[in-house]
Design a binder for this molecule. Structure first.
Ligand SMILES: [Zn+2]
Length: 248
């Protein structure tokens, strides 16, 4: 590793952005501002001091408890910060400190926030997918590997194909199988990964979702009517394809 400072900076940047991702995860589903007010303990409402808000370290230093009321802090916080740091380091290994690194880090962190929000609340906020489409389309004009046509078609066909699947499902079974949030999510993914990337995401995401659905069915014998959100599987598939594509 001859570029230790670059990797260390990426890890720190990833952890810090992961801390902001946690704020988004907590507040976006509630429709609250992600900028103000300062973070508070959900139980005792005391503002969290800056030195108790250091990504990863504070959680372990405080042993997962609020300094004041000792309420336990969700493991989600260090998990999201750690994942974010790993994603940043992985991207840096592939792309170095480049414009592509910044754009794809934004994409991956949006996906990370979507995974957690969709898994917990079964919604995918437009505040994540719509700006994501804009960044995907806009960056395709100046990224070295970008193609505005691929990005535009990826957005259109990616979202359109899933819209069609949702429409057919609704017509056949008379119930909602996929939400509009999933359609916008695949449109966003297509704007970053192009047409082929969007289809591959749909394919791998469906495989992952079916596999998990099957495992849940074996474990709990619940009917297949039990809805499991699709967004996390699409997001994980898109991240796999991004790393895979940039590596090859
Ligand atoms: Zn507290």
């Amino acid at each position: 590793m001859n570029d230790a400072p670059g990797f260390i900076l990426s890890a720190l940047l990833g952890a810090a952005l992961g801390s902001f991702a946690n704020v988004c995860i907590l507040r976006l589903p509630q429709g609250e501002s992600v900028v103000r007010p300062r973070s508070r303990c959900p139980r005792c409402q005391k503002s969290i001091r800056w030195h108790d808000n250091i990504p990863l370290f504070s959680f372990f230093f405080l042993r997962g408890r609020c300094r004041f009321c000792k309420a336990s802090i969700s493991l989600q916080y260090p998990l999201v910060e750690g994942t974010s740091a790993l994603l940043a380091v992985g991207l840096y290994a592939l792309l170095g400190g480049s414009l592509s690194f910044g754009v794809y880090l934004y994409f991956l962190l949006s996906l990370l926030v979507i995974v957690v929000i969709d898994a917990r609340h079964q919604i995918i906020p437009d505040l994540l997918t719509l700006p994501g489409m804009g960044v995907g389309l806009g960056s395709s004009f100046f990224l070295p590997t970008g193609s505005p046509l691929q990005s535009f078609l990826g957005c259109l066909i990616g979202g359109g194909s899933l819209y069609l699947v949702a429409f057919i499902y609704r017509s056949l079974r008379g119930m909602e199988g996929l939400g509009g949030g999933d359609v916008k999510l695949l449109a966003m993914i297509g704007s970053f990964l192009g047409v082929f990337g969007a289809f591959l995401t749909l394919f791998i995401g469906s495989l992952l979702g079916s596999l998990v659905g099957l495992l849940l069915w074996i474990r709990y014998r619940k009917g297949l009517k039990t809805a499991i959100p699709f967004g996390p599987f699409l997001s994980i598939a898109a991240a796999i394809i991004l790393f895979w594509g940039e590596k090859g």
